[in-house]
Design a protein around this ligand. Structure first.
Ligand code: T4K
Length: 399
């Protein structure tokens, strides 16, 4: 195990891992079961358009989440787009900037103005007080994100949304299998949106879904994802192609069979990281949240640059060791195009988002990562942070 800066790969030592360890490595579930289902799909020659696997996947997701409807889609982004169309959102929608850029894109794509709101640096989610302050007569909705599976303050946001007469929906892309105050994520607000992208807790290669208890909304979204059809030859509204295909749904069902095992594996990894990273100067493992069970799909550390190494240097060192860590979610949507050009007014207005975006690193976990590997990752981080000044000196001397 790496103990000294001279053993680090950036100084010419062999990397800690011969193969790259990626954040977001997909969990696959039982391969044989998936292949069986794949053969069945081919035998049936029913590949997409509301097939039996999609229906089964929707039924199982709705059951786990505890809602009346799950409407499966071809991606989380499409699910968000269809959801905001079904709610008929217009004007302005409040969202965090500290999230994946899809949240801003789906609004701008519909010509809705994203209003970036700051987060609470402890919860890393929208700060309800700041949401309240951001509401104007143009505000139509709040789109909150359960970032890294940490539940939003759903109660305060619901109270604000109701009192101020705006819609409330959640992006639960990271939160499948998480609970909040005894309830599964997926049943809060008017609707919640999941991503089942390859990198997510449950994956359908590409995929997503909206979960809701609203019968009319569900029916509207089912029709919208299928070109606005309501039966043969009968188009009743504007629609698109947002359908999930059968192979994706079969992958999702296979993943759901292993959900408990996958979550338990992630929790074990989470415990290993917390042990391994304990007491390292300048490193704090972001908490899982205290209101429920986490799927532990994201292991996020905060790197304090005043106490060790700058965050980006640590990412560089990890990368040289074949540990492909990610800066989720740097630099924040308001600092990306087209938003920084369209809406320069958010510059300097989101101090907590900017602060966190400069400090976070997401580390590899999931089925493809085990405890022994985590011990090695932790020891590389310990070495790098403990010898931060030495490393910087050596690198500047050699450049
Ligand atoms: N809302 C939120 C809060 C989200 O985080 C996302 C997506 C969405 C909405 C939209 O949902 P989708 O429309 O995607 O269903 C990745 C994912 O593509 C994206 O789904 C995800 N969030 C985001 C957080 O991560 P990138 O640009 O970082 O992807 P990329 O290609 O760099 O891959 C990520 C990591 O996963 C790498 O370390 C490599 C690894 N990987 C990836 C794939 C696809 C694998 O090891 N195997 C694979 O097959 O966006």
């Amino acid at each position: 195990m790496k103990r000294h800066p001279n053993d680090l790969a950036i100084f010419g030592s062999p990397p800690a891992f011969s193969d790259k360890l990626f954040v977001g490595r997909p969990s696959l579930g039982d391969r044989a079961r998936f292949l069986e289902r794949l053969n069945d799909i081919l035998d049936r020659r029913w590949l997409t358009n509301d097939g039996i696997y999609v229906r089964e996947f929707e039924k199982q997701v709705a059951g786990i989440v505890g809602v009346r409807h799950c409407v499966a889609m071809c991606s989380g982004t499409t699910a968000l787009q269809i959801a905001i169309r079904a709610l008929d959102l217009t004007g302005e929608v409040i969202i965090p900037s500290f999230t994946f850029v899809a949240d801003a894109h789906v609004l701008e794509w519909q010509r809705i103005r994203p209003v970036f709101c700051d987060i609470d640096p402890t919860t890393c989610n929208l700060d309800p007080q700041k949401v309240e302050e951001a509401i104007t007569e143009r505000t139509n909705a709040i789109l909150a994100v359960h970032l890294w599976g940490r539940p939003c303050d759903t109660e305060r946001l619901a109270e604000i949304a109701e009192r101020r007469g705006v819609h409330l929906l959640f992006d639960a892309s990271h939160a499948f299998g998480c609970t909040h105050n005894g309830r599964a994520i997926g049943g809060f607000g008017e609707l919640e949106v999941f991503s089942f992208h390859a990198t997510k807790m449950i994956n359908t290669f590409e995929g997503g879904a909206v979960t809701t208890n609203d019968d009319d909304l569900a029916e509207t979204m089912r029709s919208m994802r299928n070109f606005g059809f309501a039966g043969f030859d009968n188009v009743v509204r504007l629609g698109t192609n947002g359908k999930m295909n059968e192979v994706s749904a079969a992958m999702g069902i296979t993943g759901l069979e292993s959900l408990n095992h996958l979550v338990e594996h992630n929790r074990q990894n989470d415990r290993c990281y917390r042990d391994g990273l304990q007491g390292i100067p300048g490193i704090e493992v972001v908490s899982r949240g205290s209101t429920g069970q986490s799927n532990c799909q994201y292991i996020v550390i905060r790197v304090d640059p005043e106490n060790g190494l700058p965050r980006d240097r640590l990412v560089e060192i990890l990368c040289a060791e074949n540990i492909i860590a990610r800066r989720y979610f740097y630099p924040g949507c308001h600092r990306m195009e087209p938003y920084r050009t369209l809406y320069p007014e958010f510059e300097g207005k989101l101090p907590n988002s900017d602060w966190l975006a400069q400090r976070v690193v997401t580390l590899p976990t999931g089925e493809a990562v085990d405890s022994e590997q985590i011990k090695v990752i932790s020891s590389v981080i310990r070495c790098a942070m403990t010898h931060g000044a030495e490393i910087e000196d050596q690198l500047s001397a050699s450049s």
